[in-house]
Design a protein around this ligand. Structure first.
Ligand code: MN
Length: 133
C-alpha cells in the first residue's frame, strides 16, 4: 500500500505551511491549493483519500466546493474535513449539512491535526455505506 493522498485547500499561507509540514511528517502524499477551483481540479485528477477544506476561501467558499464534490459521482465518497476558525461556531453544523465528514477548528495543534486526520482516514464505515447506498 502506498502513502495515503490528501488534497489540502487553504488560502492562509502560514496555516498551509503548518499543515504541509505536519502531514508530510505523518507520511502523507499531498497536493495543495490556495483556492477552491484549483483544489477541485486536484481532487478530480488525483482522487485523494481525503480532502482538507478551508471554509473561508477567496472566490468559491469551502461549503460550495464541498457541495460540488458531493454532487459528483466520481468524488462524492471522498471524505471532506472542513477547516474553520473558532470565531465561526455555526460552521460546524453547516459543514455537516454540506456533507463534510468532520470539522477541525483553527488554530489547531500539529499533534491533534495528525491524530484527527488519522481518525477520519480509518473510519471507513460511512464511505462503505455511502457506496452501497
Ligand atoms: Mn481561509
Amino acid at each position: 500500500m502506498g502513502a495515503k493522498t490528501i488534497v489540502v485547500i487553504e488560502d492562509n499561507a502560514l496555516n498551509l505551511k503548518l499543515i504541509v509540514a505536519t502531514l508530510t511528517r505523518g507520511g502523507y502524499r499531498l497536493f495543495t491549493s490556495t483556492d477552491a477551483e484549483t483544489g477541485l481540479n486536484l481532487v478530480r485528477e488525483h482522487l485523494p483519500d481525503l480532502v482538507l477544506m478551508d471554509i473561508q476561501l477567496p472566490g468559491m467558499d469551502g461549503f460550495t466546493a464541498t457541495q460540488r464534490l458531493k454532487s459528483d459521482e466520481v468524488t462524492k465518497d471522498i471524505p471532506v474535513v472542513a477547516l474553520s476558525a473558532h470565531a465561526m461556531p455555526s460552521h460546524g453544523e453547516k459543514a455537516a449539512a454540506f456533507g463534510c465528514a468532520g470539522y477541525i477548528t483553527k488554530p489547531f495543534s500539529t499533534r491533534s491535526l495528525l491524530s484527527d486526520i488519522e481518525g477520519y482516514l480509518q473510519d471507513d464505515t460511512c464511505r462503505e455505506s455511502a457506496t452501497v447506498a
